[in-house]
Ligand binder design. Structure first.
Ligand code: NAI
Length: 270
């Protein structure tokens, strides 16, 4: 159902790789709600991905940008303002990648070149996006910027590896930059801490199947899907949440406040 919540709003959506991506579902939902946007992803991902299909479906243009490159980001921001004919109201940062995870390096045996690259892509890129937008004065007042994160920033999930540290850093950036963006430009910055979700990035985590079913059994509402996350993001882009900023918002069916659930207890009861 559409409520026209984003009618007239313009933005940039990072990270739609394929139809499972959280950013893909969000782009479809934002389009349904009347928002217009530019789609972007790393040039290499674009060659592999199906982003053109999404662009056609949503009447969007695509601008490639490596989120670790300030030059690419500045170009993306200025071109988006031109294409959309005005400043931006929303931005979604939906980017994550750990080379240690990909290459099977254990958390206690990290290759620090991999660690630095993964941190740049998954965490520092958020600061680069924010700084690019801030310096270009690219956001309209009451605009909303959202990045996606995971609860491994607060609690230990051993196989989440160095992404746990990257997410802690990402969440801290939302608070620190959120202050300046709020004070100077009346723009909101938040992170959504999402349930495990079967996407390319999600399934890269070792033991993902166990991980996702455990979370589902622990959460009173079950896991939040990518589609649910898209809905929640739309609410944060809308004027209905104008005073929400600098928050890490759990979107996880209640998982983050659980100790143990009946289903999990039953597995351990004789
Ligand atoms: P995905 O694999 O569909 O999306 C990750 C995106 O990051 C891809 O589109 C990829 O091309 C992009 N990316 C990687 N390097 C880049 C670079 N240098 N420049 C620009 N883009 C780059 O997976 P998903 O799950 O949709 O991930 C989106 C976000 O959600 C990530 O931040 C992820 O950590 C987060 N998240 C995912 C969860 C899950 O279980 N799937 C749970 C909680 C958070």
């Amino acid at each position: 159902m559409s409520y026209n919540l984003l009618k007239g709003k313009k933005g940039i959506i990072f990270g739609a790789l394929d139809e499972n991506s959280i950013a893909w579902k969000t782009a479809e939902r934002v389009h349904e709600e009347g928002g217009t946007f530019v789609l972007t992803n790393a040039p290499i991902a674009m060659r592999m991905g199906q982003i053109k299909e999404l662009a056609q479906k949503t009447g969007s243009e695509i601008i490639p940008a490596d989120a670790t490159s300030e030059e690419d980001l500045n170009n993306l921001i200025s071109q988006s303002i031109e294409i959309l004919d005005g400043k931006l109201d929303f931005v979604l940062h939906s980017i994550g990648m750990s080379i240690n995870v990909r290459k099977g390096q254990h958390y206690t045996d990290q290759n620090y070149d991999f660690t630095a690259k993964g941190w740049d892509v998954s965490a520092l890129s958020f600061h680069k996006v924010l700084q690019g937008l801030y310096k270009a004065d690219a956001m309209n007042p009451w605009g909303s910027i959202v990045a996606l994160t995971y609860m491994a920033a607060q609690r230990v999930f051993p196989d989440y590896n160095d992404m746990a540290d990257n997410k802690a850093y990402l969440e801290s950036i939302a608070r620190s930059f959120g202050y300046f963006f709020g004070k100077e430009k009346k723009v909101r910055v938040n992170t959504i801490s999402q349930s495990p979700t079967p996407t390319t990035a999600g399934q890269g985590v070792k033991g993902f199947d166990g991980f996702i079913s455990y979370a589902d059994k622990m959460s009173p509402l079950g896991n939040a899907t990518a589609q649910d996350c898209a809905d929640y993001t739309v609410s944060l882009f809308s004027d209905m949440t104008k005073m929400v900023t600098m928050q890490n918002l759990y979107h996880d069916g209640g998982f983050s406040n659980m100790g143990v659930s009946q289903e999990i207890m039953e597995k351990f009861s004789k």
